[in-house]
Design a protein around this ligand. Structure first.
Ligand SMILES: [Zn+2]
Ligand SMILES: [Zn+2]
Ligand SMILES: [Zn+2]
Length: 360
């Protein structure tokens, strides 16, 4: 994120001795003359107006003011001796800077009501126009502590129902796998066999792909393009869209706040679809039979076609056992080759009547 500087606003501080509201640049109270103590913070005025005056900007840029180590008086950044007591400021404490004071609110704000006489005053005033008394900045309302909501307790009957459901599901799974895995060996005779083999046929055909325009292979015309967000960067780059957050004020320790805004830069680029010729599966060829003489299909291929890598084989053996028929399907070619019609096998049949495996 890049921090963009929009300008400076003059802050306020309230004198702890006499409660008078003072301008940020006033280092001593306009009413009682006391210097601003180190622990009295600057506050944002109701109406925050960007100061365009160069000397104000220079004061804000000069850095935090220095508090005198002897009398505590606030002195401008860069001072050598205290304006109040002439003490050496080299050991003085710098005012804290960098604190975010709040969102920047420009434009007219609500009038300030005088706490003494109730008169309405402009949002930029520090003293009442009616009685001359000090005005007060509106403090942000203290957030009432929200009592933590107790987490909703699940109903006891719901817990019982869930436990019962879980037991039923587990029991069902256990029963199902027990039935499926318990087998029984029976003797069967091969009655018939059948097989099917397939191979994939690939064609060199146009396929639609998508990519950034500058990454499309050379020599290929892009089809439809649309602008898309490609990357977000912290610093400005050519043709980027600037996206900024809400402006906010940061205390500089000088009586002015710097109004800044965090920005990032969105870079858009053309994202296009294009057509490129690639080998893809366009068809399958299959061969089948009802004997043991298997073969792979050998299809007629067009000039822009080839056989693919995808090959599948399925062999089915039909047994009769105890006057019932059992089918067994496998992709084991050597096992299938032993399944002569009339040969006798041991069939492992599970509780669902499925042949799990066969052996001679
Ligand atoms: Zn005062
Ligand atoms: Zn001093
Ligand atoms: Zn008043």
């Amino acid at each position: 994120m890049a921090r963009k500087k929009l300008g400076v606003v003059e802050l306020r501080w309230t004198c702890p001795k006499c409660n008078t509201l003072n301008l940020g640049t006033a280092r001593t109270c306009q009413s009682c003359g006391a210097p601003q103590p180190e622990d009295v913070r600057f506050e944002l005025p109701e109406r925050q107006e960007l100061v365009t005056d160069e000397s104000a900007k220079a004061k804000a840029a000069a850095g935090p003011d220095i508090h005198c180590p002897y009398c505590g008086a606030r002195n401008p950044a860069g001072s050598q001796t205290c304006s109040q007591c002439s003490g050496d400021l080299s050991e003085g404490a710098l005012r804290k800077a960098g604190l975010v004071l709040g969102a920047f609110k420009s434009g007219p704000q609500a009038q300030l009501a005088c706490p003494r006489c109730g008169a309405s005053n402009p949002d930029t005033a520090t003293v009442c126009q009616q009685c001359g008394g000090s005005l007060e900045l509106k403090k942000p309302a203290e957030k009432a502590a929200q009592p933590a909501q107790p987490a909703a307790r699940p109903q006891p009957w719901l817990i019982v129902a869930l436990i019962v459901l879980a037991i039923m599901v587990c029991g069902g799974i256990a029963l199902f796998s027990a039935l499926g895995s318990r087998t029984q060996g029976i003797t069967g005779v091969v009655e018939a066999v059948s097989w099917e083999r397939t191979v994939s046929i690939e064609g060199f055909v146009p396929v639609e792909r998508q990519d950034w325009q500058d990454r499309i292979p050379a020599g290929i015309e892009p089809g439809a393009c649309e602008p898309r967000l490609r990357e977000v960067v912290a610093e400005p780059v050519p043709d980027a869209t600037e996206v900024c957050g809400t402006p906010y004020s940061v205390d500089t320790g000088s009586g002015y706040a710097e109004v800044v805004q965090d920005c990032e830069y969105h870079v858009y680029a053309s994202y296009c679809s294009y057509l490129v010729d690639e080998w893809v599966q366009v068809n399958v060829a299959s061969a089948s039979g009802a004997d043991l003489a298997t073969f792979w299909p050998d299809p007629q291929l067009a000039s822009d076609q080839r056989l693919g890598e995808q090959r599948q084989e399925a062999y089915t053996i039909v047994f009769s056992a105890d006057e019932e028929q059992y089918n067994f399907t496998t992709d084991d070619y050597s096992l299938f080759q032993q399944a002569q019609v009339g040969s006798t096998w041991t069939l492992n049949v599970n509780s669902f009547g499925e042949v799990v495996s066969i052996a001679r």
